[in-house]
Design a protein around this ligand. Structure first.
Ligand code: EPZ
Length: 420
């Protein structure tokens, strides 16, 4: 298993480019199942997760070619409505196949996604919605089976504004008979991107950027070319890295409108930000102020940036409270960060951080994508050597991270190591 070897304590300088959004690409790839013909999706990051989704599409019977950030998906010959356990257990987003497979084939057989590093992640909202659209849902031997003789539009209300459930139910309803309304829908930019993609394919979806979506079913869709939005979580991760480590860094190729909750909090903490049309520049400005964060659904502060904020607050002046209201137990990173000298304690669904003068390098272990990102930030802040093991977690969601960071002067390299 690969590890990162980091020598921290050095300022960062230069420009770092943002890749396409992982969490936008994955539903777009799944949505390609809905149409016969070749979809061409551009600005696709080369990640474990996008490669895993490509594998799943091939198992379903689509032809997939992925080269130089361009994903060509032709699902004309797709004929296998099944997402196997071996694959779904490695990536929860495989569950995005549920809606498109049901809409295309009138049936689907999808392994229940397991939990993840920080606990169970239910799919009850996905299943309740599919049932209301006319899908007959059964569970056997860890697989969800859906049968329908044709989906029909319905009024759907999500108890929680689930990103995944909104995506799956959008993809299930675009070919359904009649109108579907999704109330309390997720408004994340990745969902807006999916709506734009589906509408370009000929779907009839109204209410983009709001939490009430109206979908008029159409008889068929056509293949399109489409460019994926920038990854706001990758961009936010590098913004916080620059703010935490210090220096003069331009994070380029982002959409600042997708990051206002993060940049507002950075400004509150005393970070020097220069916001441009497609980039943000961070320059050092002395010790930061401890600043509380509460995660929320979009446009609130993203849960996918919670771990990174704890790293930023590690050397801020004072006490900060970081609360996760979306995933109350998403704190596997805390025990590892303590090994670098961060003074942080858990209290329910909050982490209480008391700023210290400095961190010191140590061997630590990745647990999930965003936790690992917080460990890279802390390793770059810490004096001395940090070894970050099991970086395959990072490879799921950050394209070429070590080379992007080396490009702004970070002393970080990847080493292949033994099983840890
Ligand atoms: C998406 O996951 C993202 N993944 C996650 O990013 C992100 O953390 C999450 O949204 C929240 O923003 C992708 O887009 C591939 P949810 P998703 O359904 O769709 C509960 C990363 O690091 N819930 O919006 O699975 C759930 O338990 C990943 O890139 C139900 O109760 O998240 C959670 O508390 C990690 N029942 C809340 O809703 C359901 O049927 C939000 O989950 C579905 C969800």
């Amino acid at each position: 298993m690969d590890k990162f070897v980091i020598h921290g304590g050095k300022e960062l300088n230069g420009s770092i480019n943002v890749s396409g959004a992982k969490n936008a690409c994955l539903p777009l790839m799944a949505a390609s199942i809905l149409v016969k013909g070749k979809n061409v999706i551009r600005n696709v990051p080369n990640l474990r997760d996008t490669r895993t989704m490509a594998k799943l599409l091939r198992i379903i019977g689509a032809d997939v070619v992925f080269e130089n950030g361009v994903m060509e998906i032709d699902a004309t010959k797709a004929d296998n409505p099944e997402a196997p356990y071996e694959l779904v257990k490695t990536m929860r987003a495989s569950f995005y196949a549920l809606g498109p497979l049901t809409a295309r084939f009138g049936k689907a057989r999808i392994s229940l996604p397991g939990g993840c590093a920080w606990g169970p992640r239910p799919v009850d909202l996905h299943l309740k919605g599919i049932e209301k659209l006319g899908g007959n849902v059964t569970l056997e031997e860890g697989y969800i089976n859906i049968e329908t003789d044709g989906l029909k539009g319905a009024l759907l209300h999500l108890d929680i504004s689930s990103v995944g459930a909104t995506g799956n139910l959008l993809m299930a309803s675009v070919l359904a008979d009649g109108e579907t309304v999704i109330e309390n829908a997720a408004r994340e930019p990745e969902i807006v991107c999916l709506i734009d993609f589906l509408n370009k394919m000929g779907a009839d979806i109204k209410g983009r950027e709001t939490n009430v979506l109206r979908i008029n079913g159409v008889s068929e869709l056509r293949p399109v070319e489409f460019e994926v939005i920038p990854d706001r979580i990758e961009a936010g991760t590098y913004l916080l890295t620059a703010a935490a480590v210090g220096g003069d860094v331009l994070v380029d190729g982002l959409d600042p409108n997708h990051l206002t909750a993060v940049t507002d909090k950075m400004t509150e903490a005393g970070v020097n930000l220069e916001v441009n049309e497609k980039s943000i520049r961070i320059t050092s400005g002395g010790r930061l102020k401890a600043t509380d964060v509460r995660t929320d659904i979009y446009p609130g502060y993203p849960t996918d940036m919670q771990a990174q904020w704890i790293a930023l607050m590690a050397t801020a002046k004072g006490k900060s409270v970081v609360t996760d209201t979306v995933y109350e137990d998403r704190f596997t990173h805390v025990a590892e960060l303590v090994r670098l000298g961060i003074d942080v304690k858990l209290k329910g669904n909050s982490a209480v951080v008391n700023g210290v003068e400095k961190l010191k390098g140590a061997p630590i272990m990745s647990t999930d994508i965003r936790a690992s990102a917080s460990m890279v930030i802390a390793g770059l802040m810490a004096e001395g050597r940090t070894e970050l093991h099991r970086v395959y977690h990072l490879d799921r969601g950050y394209e070429d991270m070590e080379n992007k960071l080396r490009g702004i002067g970070a002393d970080i390299k990847r080493e292949s190591g033994p099983e840890v």
